[in-house]
Write a protein that binds this ligand. Sequence first.
Ligand SMILES: O=P(O)(O)OC[C@H]1O[C@H](OP(=O)(O)OP(=O)(O)O)[C@H](O)[C@@H]1O
Ligand SMILES: O=c1cc[nH]c(=O)[nH]1
Ligand SMILES: [Mg+2]
Length: 206
Amino acid sequence: MNVHVVEHPLIAHKLTMMRDKNCNSKNFRELLGEIASLMTYDVTKDWETEPVEIETPLEKMTGTRLKGEVTIIPILRAGLGLLNGVINMIPHAHVGHIGLYRDPQTHKPVEYYCGLPKQLDAKCIVVDPMLATGGSAAAAITMLKEKGLHNICLMVLVAAPEGIKVINKEHPDVEIYTAAIDRELNDKAYILPGLGDAGDRVFGTL
Ligand SMILES: O=P(O)(O)OC[C@H]1O[C@H](OP(=O)(O)OP(=O)(O)O)[C@H](O)[C@@H]1O
Ligand SMILES: O=c1cc[nH]c(=O)[nH]1
Ligand SMILES: [Mg+2]
């Protein structure tokens, strides 16, 4: 399976605080951003670098910088909750937006926005806290590929086994990074134990 569970005591601690139904929107947002920054460390750990000539205050040296362009793509709305945490770590990244919501009856994603930077060779990190049925992330990745973006990974906070299977089947080239793999989906396609509706908790629309 193409899935990495990013295991770290700080991530586990913060995610548990977020799952608690008494965690308010302010704390939920802050914790989500902090976990996104911590996860970025793992997502980028094998990224290619290149040498760069610089001058310290004392002498010239050959340093290291990330090679190539980077684009972060939050899936609206909830994906916006991860954006700042990732871009704080990669401040030169471009940002694209994909707007999708799940139809409450069919649980299928409905597209309402797609705005992407032009850098087609960029490494893309698609971010969304929840991978439930996998429909939204799979549709977002298909949209990126149709626009010519092919170097794609997916960062989520909580994944259901069902969603992981869908991404692995429809997009076997895409590595998934998640802070946790939960048990299952309920009959409304919510993740159990999960953390509820991530968008509502980020934006206080409960
Ligand atoms: O894997 P799936 O079954 O597609 O479910 C996951 C999607 O559902 C949530 O978005 P939602 O539709 O609630 O939109 P929102 O972010 O605007 O709240 C979540 O943020 C994912 O995008
Ligand atoms: O558990 C879930 C499933 C889909 N979307 C959410 O925000 N939460
Ligand atoms: Mg939602």
